[in-house]
Write a protein that binds this ligand. Sequence first.
Ligand code: UDX
Ligand code: ADP
Length: 463
Amino acid sequence: MKINSICCIGAGYVGGPTMAVIAQKCPNIKVTVVDLNQERIDKWNDANTQNIPVYEPGLPEVVQEARGRNLFFSTEVDKAIEEAQLIFISVNTPTKTYGSGKGMAADLKYIELCARQIARVATTDKIVVEKSTLPVRTAEALKSILHNTGNGVQFQILSNPEFLAEGTAVQDLLNPDRVLIGGDTTPEGQKAIQSLVDIYAHWVSREKILTTNVWSSELSKLTANAFLAQRVSSINAISELCEKTGANVSEVAKAIGMDSRIGNKFLKASVGFGGSCFQKDILNLVYIAKSYGLHEVAEYWEQVIIMNDHQKRRFSKNIVSTLYNTVSGKKITFLGWAFKKDTNDTRESAAIYIADDLLNEQALISVYDPKVSSAQVQYDLNYLQTRSEQTNATLVQSHTNVYEACKDAHAIAVLTEWDEFKTYDWQKIYDTMLKPAFIFDGRNLLNSEMLEKIGFKYQSIGS
Ligand code: UDX
Ligand code: ADP
């Protein structure tokens, strides 16, 4: 089928950037991104593309080029579904917070709602593409809903997992290491795969477009994220050993990373990985393994999460013990709240958990993040339901000026590796802090020599 109209359900961190790049590269295909959230759609339609709801370097320019030409953002979900020949499902799939599989399985209610909506609305044949990360065999559930509740039209289900990393989404989409498309082995399935291959082939070379069966595609996404997260937990495990033995984790990472079999990426010790994918995908993997009775497999992957939780906890414990075993009433400034640099996404950010630990110790927290709003910080803390909203609002203040944020603080914790943190006037910051002035660098970002010369007591991860 030659595709000239695409719809994407879900205008979030995945759907928005991915569709913007498809629209930019395929000017002859109409791409409509729909979402139930009117405020989000309004922001995507903001005349000033700097105000779009997802902060990604390079994205405003792509949206500027394609929006109004062949890229549209709308809340008219039914209309977009009906018009499109190919529908991407890119809605959120959070970890279940209730019932069976609580805390582990993905909550598929949003996906199911989409499937039912597509089935209800569609009057012509559609290719439905899973874009969100989903547990293996979701396609089967989608298929069942579409075929049993539809109007007799034909549906082909494809899995096309997204591998973009936030902060580098546009570059990752423009130059992907690979594009993965899973579909049925039937002639109709193969035709549907080909239609999607043809879209990516507008800018991705054919050798980089892999086609597989649906289950391999679904499982590859979970496995890729599990392997990446495992590398971070592995180096973080070594960071603790380094701190005890006098080795330096950056030196160890460099030494092992030069082994071409290991490679040098994803070996940066940190306060712990965050983001919407790693933990959720590993939990999915663990849940699937458990549900097949594969307990060793489940426990093996679960350890990656256990290590990550330990890394976060030990960071906050170290702050408390270094500050003479009490942070009660002490101001601690967080540099960074996002889960990594160059994004405004805070989902599962280590900062949230470090803050929660320190608040339990009655600390006062002051936050500076160049892209995260005060409202988001409060939302993230309230979501944990550890204490009242009122208490969070009293104990945690956000600032838009970093020097204000650091004034009278006992300590600074670096939680996101924003480049701008390296360029601050650190002498000026030191002068306004209480002494001794501590820095806990959870990203091994800052220049220790320079800071120690000024007078800071500086601690990094793994040395
Ligand atoms: C990840 C995958 O990389 C991407 O392919 C997938 O599509 C979605 O999940 P993302 O979560 O956006 O992407 O960011 P990523 O760059 O993978 O970082 C995840 C977390 O690991 C961040 O908190 C990051 O700071 C941390 N990290 C990463 C480290 O602590 N050390 C490293 O060496 C690398
Ligand atoms: P991701 O990182 O996977 O893109 P987000 O939470 O950023 O996740 O985006 C998912 C989007 O999907 C949200 O904006 C949400 O409003 C939207 N969404 C969820 N369910 C539906 C639905 N049934 N129809 C339309 N949009 C939906």
